[in-house]
Ligand binder design. Structure first.
Ligand code: 1GP
Length: 241
C-alpha cells in the first residue's frame, strides 16, 4: 500500500492522522534519537521534514538519521528543490495555488525533475493554500506571494476545488509555521464539504483543543511542528485525540 493510499483510506474511514513536522533549520540534530522516540510513542502517524530556509544537504542527513529510529513514513515537505532526498519515503509535490508566483506553481517543479528521476520517492501532488494568520509567514516572504484573506471563504474553497480539478491528490490548508491563528473551523468545514480528496491542515496548532477543532471540522491529517519543538510534553497532552 502506498503512503497516499493509506491517507486516502483513512480519510474515507474518517480516521484522523497526525504528522509531526521537523524543520531541519530549527532542529538540533543531536536530539534526533530522543525526539523520534517520543514521536514513536505518540499518536503521530507520519513524520514530515521540511522548511522554508534549509541549508543544502542538511535535510538528507537528518532524514537518514530519523529513518534509523522510526518505522513511520517520512514525507518530505520541501521549501526548495535542494531539500529533495531519496532517503525519505514520499514527497509532497507542492503547488502554491493560493499565490500567483509561477516559480511556485510550476517553475521549481520542472527544476526538480532531474533530481526526482534518480529517486524512488512516492510523489504526491498537493495543492498548497496559504491563508492569512495575523502575521507574515516565512512562506509568504520567500515565495513573494500573498496569503488568502481569512474572511473570503468562498475564494479559499474555489481554490481548493480548482486544485482537485487539476488532479491534485491532497489539499493542504496552511496558516504558516508559528501562526497566531490556526485555520478556522469554518474554513476547514467549507473546504472539506466540497472535496473528495484528503485535507491537510497545519500552522499554529499548539493546544489539544485546537487539534480537536481541526479534526472535528474535517481535517484528515493535521501537521504540528512548533508545539512539539518547543515542548515535547505536548506529545502526552494529545494522547486521546
Ligand atoms: C507549517 O503547517 C506547519 O508548515 C506546522 O506549523 O509549526 O505552527 O505547527 P506549526
Amino acid at each position: 500500500e502506498s503512503i497516499y493510499q493509506h491517507i486516502y483510506k483513512a480519510c474515507k474511514k474518517r480516521e484522523k492522522l497526525l504528522a509531526v513536522l521537523i524543520d531541519p533549520d530549527k532542529f538540533a540534530f543531536s536530539n534526533t534519537k530522543s525526539f523520534v522516540e517520543k514521536v514513536n510513542q505518540s499518536v503521530a502517524t507520519h513524520v514530515f521534514v521540511g522548511g522554508s530556509t534549509v541549508a543544502e544537504h542538511i535535510t538528507e542527513i537528518l532524514v537518514a538519521e530519523i529513518k534509523k529510529h522510526t518505522q513511520l513514513p517520512v514525507v518530505l515537505f520541501p521549501g526548495d528543490v535542494t531539500q529533495i532526498t531519496d532517503k525519505a519515503d514520499a514527497l509532497l509535490f507542492l503547488s502554491l495555488i493560493s499565490g500567483r508566483n509561477p516559480e511556485y506553481l510550476i517553475g521549481k517543479h520542472v527544476e526538480s525533475v532531474s533530481k526526482l528521476r534518480k529517486t524512488q520517492l512516492e510523489i504526491i501532488p498537493t495543492g498548497y493554500i496559504l491563508v492569512q494568520n495575523g502575521k507574515e509567514t516565512a512562506v509568504q516572504r520567500i515565495t513573494g506571494t500573498e496569503p488568502m484573506p481569512r474572511n473570503n471563504i468562498q475564494n479559499i474553497v474555489d481554490t481548493a476545488v480548482a486544485g482537485q480539478f487539476l488532479g491534485m491528490k491532497l489539499i493542504y490548508l496552511e496558516a504558516g509555521s508559528g501562526a497566531l491563528h490556526p485555520i478556522t473551523s469554518e474554513i476547514i468545514q467549507s473546504v472539506k464539504r466540497e472535496l473528495n480528496i484528503p485535507l491537510i491542515v497545519g500552522g499554529g496548532i499548539r493546544k489539544k483543543n485546537q487539534l480537536d477543532v481541526a479534526y472535528k471540522a474535517g481535517a484528515d491529517l493535521v501537521v504540528i511542528g512548533t508545539a512539539f519543538e518547543e515542548d515535547t510534553s505536548f506529545f502526552d497532552a494529545i494522547k486521546n485525540h
